[in-house]
Design a protein around this ligand. Structure first.
Ligand SMILES: O=C(O)CCC(=O)C(=O)O
Length: 271
């Protein structure tokens, strides 16, 4: 990505709360991802309209899904906002069938992020001053006006009330994008899947990221298969939060980058 494009994407996220990064996955990768999502959905016996059932932790389930954290341009944007040690928080497949109704507008982080843990003193106000998490939706199908593409309320990440105002909210925009693109958005930006009024399934991969110090939706450092982690190399230790694990030994016995005991203290390693 050239410097000007990078700056433009950063500014879009700062102003609108989302951007579209084009051409991250090739046509062949999208075909392969789609086949794998169909296979996983069949195995999991997903219900029509289901978006995530059984399609979790995709990086463990087919090689093509390992691409989602190997893309230099994407990592550069994510790390600009979340820091070099940004952590992947989940990797879900989404297949929205023809006729699937729109999902409700929401922000993310309501399970383990800052949008869950609000105290009485917060008085219904969420944290909007900094970007704490970004969601990345890979378009495995083209995202169009009619096939259930994600829709957003631009700028809504700045609205500090925890709950969106009652619908209809003005300014709703459907994000159109060609397959292989990724929608990258501040997870405070209100969004949801729109209704699929087309004739075909809409395929996507949902992959939220967090600051290293926020609790992830899934503790991926424990979930990632050893050979997947091995293939991810040094980058994988950051992406899967290995280097963010809290020590269970004394600090001087703990090797933070590898998330385990230092040499000499291996006998204290826990399973
Ligand atoms: O599938 C979509 O378009 C939206 C997904 C979504 O709302 C989410 O990941 O929080």
């Amino acid at each position: 990505m050239i410097e000007q494009d990078f700056r433009d994407h950063i500014l879009r996220i700062q102003l609108d709360g989302y951007t579209v990064l084009p051409n991250l996955l090739t046509g062949e990768e999208c075909d392969e991802a789609r086949q794998q999502l169909d296979r996983l959905a069949t195995e999991a016996e997903c219900q029509p309209g289901a978006s995530v059932g059984g399609l979790n932790n995709l990086f463990n389930k087919a090689r093509v899904f390992e691409r989602i954290y190997q893309l230099t341009d994407l990592l550069r944007v994510l790390r600009y906002f979340l820091g070099e040690d940004a952590v992947l928080s989940g990797a879900y497949g989404s297949i929205r069938l023809p006729g699937a109704k729109a999902g409700g507008l929401h922000s993310d982080g309501s399970q383990t992020g800052h949008n869950r843990a609000l105290s009485e003193a917060d008085n219904g106000r969420r944290i909007t001053s900094h970007v704490l998490g970004l969601n990345v939706i890979f378009c495995i199908s083209d995202f169009t006006q009619t096939n259930g593409a994600t829709h957003f309320i631009p700028g809504s990440f700045q609205y500090d009330s925890f709950r969106p105002p009652p619908p209809p909210i003005p300014g709703l925009v459907i994000a159109e994008a060609t397959r292989g693109s990724a929608l990258v958005f501040n997870y405070n930006t209100w969004h949801g899947a729109s209704e699929n009024r087309g004739q075909e399934n809409r395929y996507a991969i949902l992959s939220p990221w967090r600051r290293q110090w926020l609790r992830p939706e899934n503790e991926l450092s424990r979930i990632v298969d050893p050979e997947v982690l091995e293939r991810a190399g040094e980058n994988g230790k950051k992406v899967f939060g290995i280097s963010a694990l809290p020590p269970y030994l004394e600090a001087w016995q703990w090797d933070r980058p590898t998330g385990g005991p230092k040499p000499g203290w291996e006998h204290l390693r826990r399973g």
